[in-house]
Write a protein that binds this ligand. Structure first.
Ligand SMILES: [Zn+2]
Length: 290
């Protein structure tokens, strides 16, 4: 499975539609590692990870996308962020232990918030209710209401094999807006969705991208771009922790050091702990009177 942790993008040149396929192994493993999430939570996090990869691949600029699920269920919060280089991280926060395994029973009544942050320019947000049965359907609904682009998404997640995968089909804005043109687009979109709908989980988890795309679309005109690597990058660092410590009152830093001998900060995403002793925090407390 050499092509895993890769995202493939392609154009259906006759149908004026685009497609994406993402297949993940180690990046999915990294996101759930050390968290001891219940199986249902891991599964949904795998789906959200793939969904976020598929969304970031639709970015036409440098930037990042965060997809958050919030609700009144046992998992009150789940979030995955990714950038245009397909560097991903994510987290789930449990309100209570659960054996639930569907979107509705895990998140409960809630919303999906999609935040798009271009590296240059203003961030913007789209919010939709989580009122569809699956995460994939909620995303299709998001595209329908916020962007008015016919889009369909398929998501697969297997916690036993620690594999997650997804596919997307989306119409491109096209042509003269005539009725015939619109009708052709709708029927082309339906046709591509029917083809994609035949993906079985055992295929998307085992076939290499080229073989899978051939199996699905060999009768279509497909222009496949260079695949992109997907990786888990948390982005936390000792320097970022130090900037956070710099926000604390120097007298309070001194009191914490006196009490614990060090200040420890644990990243909630990757569970890395950064320890700072008196020496490393010297510059922060030098102004405090002895
Ligand atoms: Zn981290």
């Amino acid at each position: 499975m050499s092509q895993f942790n890769e995202l493939n993008r392609y154009l259906f040149t006759d149908a004026h539609a685009r497609g994406e396929l993402v297949q993940l192994s180690s990046s999915f493993k990294s996101i759930i590692k050390n968290h001891n999430y219940p199986t249902g939570v891991e599964k949904l996090l795998g789906e959200l990870l793939c969904a976020t990869c598929l969304l970031t691949a639709t970015l036409k600029f440098e930037g990042d996308i965060t997809v958050q699920l919030q609700g009144d269920g046992p998992v009150g919060y789940m979030s995955v962020s990714g950038n245009n280089n397909q560097q991903m991280r994510g987290i789930a926060k449990m309100a209570e232990e659960t054996t639930a395994d569907t979107l509705q029973t895990l998140i409960g009544k809630g919303t999906m918030i999609i935040t798009i942050r271009p590296s240059a320019g203003e961030a913007y947000q789209g919010v939709v209710a989580l009122d569809q049965e699956t995460l994939a359907d909620c995303l299709a609904h998001y595209f329908e209401v916020s962007e008015q682009i016919p889009t369909k998404i398929w998501l697969f997640s297997d916690t036993q094999q620690q594999l997650a995968a997804g596919a997307l089909v989306q119409l491109l804005p096209d042509g003269d807006g005539s009725v015939e043109n619109k009708e052709k687009q709708v029927s082309d979109f339906d046709h591509l969705c029917q083809l994609t709908n035949t993906i079985k989980s055992e295929e998307i988890f085992s076939l290499e991208a080229q073989a899978l795309l051939y199996r699905l679309y060999h009768q279509e005109q497909v222009n496949i771009f260079e695949p992109q690597k997907v990786s888990y990058v948390c982005g936390c660092s000792a320097d970022k922790c130090l900037s956070a410590i710099a926000q604390i009152e120097p007298s309070e830093i001194k009191a914490l050091l006196a009490e614990q001998g060090k200040i420890s900060i644990t990243c909630e995403y990757c569970i890395t702990t950064y320890d700072f002793d008196e020496l490393s925090l010297k510059s922060f407390i030098s102004k405090v009177n002895h």
